[in-house]
Write a protein of this length. Structure first.
Length: 230
């Protein structure tokens, strides 16, 4: 809990992944991918209930085996490639209306730790929403679009006196997809985790891997092995 507010951890995991078949339960360092997120959530004292949102009975069985509650089945219309994560969150909150804070934990971020989740929930004591971010690999001042004439146009234009040496650039951050937390009433009003008042929780790049490809999976496995040796 956060004060008197009940906290729901929601783990979204649909079936039918194309890039990595069975991605959410694929083996990662000897355990199903989803188990890393469930175990991190279980280690957070502020989380009251951990719930799976899935359309897939195999994923549901694996999640339950690792201690995740599975109180409902996600409707098929919310389990397509086009389905919105926000719609999945709203559906879960409709099924479970008695929670004051929701924290969305995608299983594709297995290096996010219990300490990361707990830190975000601690920030929720004075913020309506918190999202995790990582350092941007490419600074906005150094990225361009190519227009119809084939010439470059900057996405973000620096001031005339701004040095473009990397060491002189202001900080730039990207969402890493690991943690989204919000007051449920505020979230229903704003319709987004990212609105005025959202606070950033900074995570290092090495814990910000979002698994989408087999290469991501291999890298995450290597990093987890290194972490367990230390």
């Amino acid at each position: 809990m956060i004060g008197t507010r009940k906290v729901l951890a929601l783990i979204p995991a649909r079936g039918g992944s194309k890039g990595i078949p069975g991605k959410n339960i694929v083996d990662l360092a000897g355990k199903p991918l989803i188990s890393w997120t469930i175990e991190a959530a279980k280690a957070c004292p502020r989380i009251d209930t951990i719930v799976l949102s899935s359309d897939d009975p195999t994923i549901a069985e694996v999640a339950a085996r690792f201690g995740c509650t599975v109180p409902f089945t996600r409707p098929q219309e919310l389990a397509t490639d086009e389905s919105s994560s926000m719609d999945v969150v709203y559906h879960a909150l409709e099924q479970l209306p008695d929670f004051d804070v929701v924290v969305l934990l995608q299983p594709t971020s297995p290096l996010r730790t219990a300490a990361d989740i707990e830190a975000c929930l601690n920030l929720m004591q004075s913020a309506p929403a918190v999202v995790s971010v990582r350092p941007s690999e490419d600074h906005p001042y150094l990225t361009f679009e190519i227009n119809d004439e084939g010439t470059l146009a900057p996405y973000a234009k620096p001031s005339a006196d701004q040095s473009l040496r990397r060491q002189d650039l202001p900080g730039a951050w990207c969402l890493n997809g690991a943690i989204y937390a919000a007051d449920t009433k505020w979230l229903r009003e704003q319709r987004s985790f990212i609105s005025p008042g959202t606070v950033a929780y900074q995570m290092p790049s090495e814990r910000s891997i979002d698994i989408d490809t087999p290469a991501d999976l291999r890298l995450a496995g290597q990093l987890l092995q290194l972490l367990h040796k230390n």
